[in-house]
Design a protein around this ligand. Structure first.
Ligand SMILES: [Zn+2]
Length: 288
């Protein structure tokens, strides 16, 4: 069963579904804002019903923290053509990311569902933001304001942070993960990610609450540690590359990686491609 936590007045985190996804609901006087919509339409239908039972008012705004399917494949339940017909906000790069990653992933699944048998994507429709966000923007929900802050490339090239200034709550998507290690999945930028997190840390105050894409609410110190761990990994990759080691050898060089080494295979490949000056945006089907 999903669990709900009230993080601050009017701001609630729901954790649940197959990926322990954080969905955040912000209650405005003029309606509800929902951050991230789940990995498949059926999950979003459950989410929608759960929100309807718990809160007054209609969902008027949806925000995606990034393009990955576990955060966006429920968009169709809330977006254009649905009964809710909410405005969907997200990083301006999501359309392109969908074309390169989530679209091919969905097409591959339709051809052969056995590659990801647990997915329920028969009726999934890629539903990108109706309102692409290119710079810091404010949404006034009535009595509560949130800022949408698109980020430089890090976990993906579509990361966006939602910040509630009055409540000092940050919704950061998978820039930070708590219930598992940070995921270097499709379209990640292992060498750039630590610097983006450092920028976030610089803005965090003691007592601020940070809602990760997966896991419990964390604080500034947690984000600082995760930034340091991501930097250690990036520095090991650069050193190994400078030493002329191959990608597999780079991983074998250390037995004290901050996160399980099997999760770093695509990270080292992406880092090496970047260091070799290769384009990092060709399509592929990786984990989320
Ligand atoms: Zn995720």
């Amino acid at each position: 069963m999903p669990t709900w936590t009230t993080v601050a007045p009017r701001i609630h985190q729901r954790r649940g579904g197959p990926f322990d996804l954080s969905t955040v609901v912000v209650e405005g006087d003029d309606g509800l804002l929902v951050v991230d919509t789940g990995a498949e339409p059926a999950e979003a239908e459950e989410l929608d019903a759960d929100i309807g039972r718990r809160f007054d008012g209609d969902v008027r705004w949806v925000v995606n923290t990034h393009a990955h399917f576990d955060h966006t494949f429920g968009n169709q339940v809330f977006g254009p053509g649905s009964a809710t017909d909410a405005a969907i906000y997200g990083h301006a790069g999501i359309v392109r990311h969908f074309e390169r990653y989530e679209g091919p992933r969905l097409a591959a699944w339709r051809t052969d569902p056995s590659r990801e048998p647990e997915r329920r994507w028969h009726d999934a429709r890629l539903t990108p933001p109706t309102h692409p966000v290119e710079r810091i923007s404010r949404l006034d929900l009535g009595g509560v304001v949130v800022e949408l802050r698109p980020q430089p490339r890090a976990h993906t090239d579509t990361d966006l942070v939602v910040f509630a200034p009055a409540q000092r709550v940050w919704v950061v998507g998978d820039l930070v993960e708590e219930s598992g290690p940070p995921m270097y999945g499709s379209g990640s930028f292992p060498l750039d990610w630590p610097g983006v997190l450092d920028g976030l840390v610089a803005e965090l105050r003691r007592g601020d609450r940070v809602i990760p894409g997966h896991g419990r609410v964390v604080d500034r110190e947690f984000v600082e540690r995760q930034a340091a761990d991501l930097r250690t990994i990036a520095e090991h990759f650069v050193a190994a590359h400078d030493a002329g080691l191959g990608a597999a050898a780079a991983l074998a060089e250390h037995d004290d990686w901050p996160f399980p080494v099997e999760g770093l295979v695509s990270a080292v490949e992406r880092a090496y491609a970047s260091l070799d000056g290769l384009p990092l945006d060709e399509g592929g089907i990786d984990d989320a």
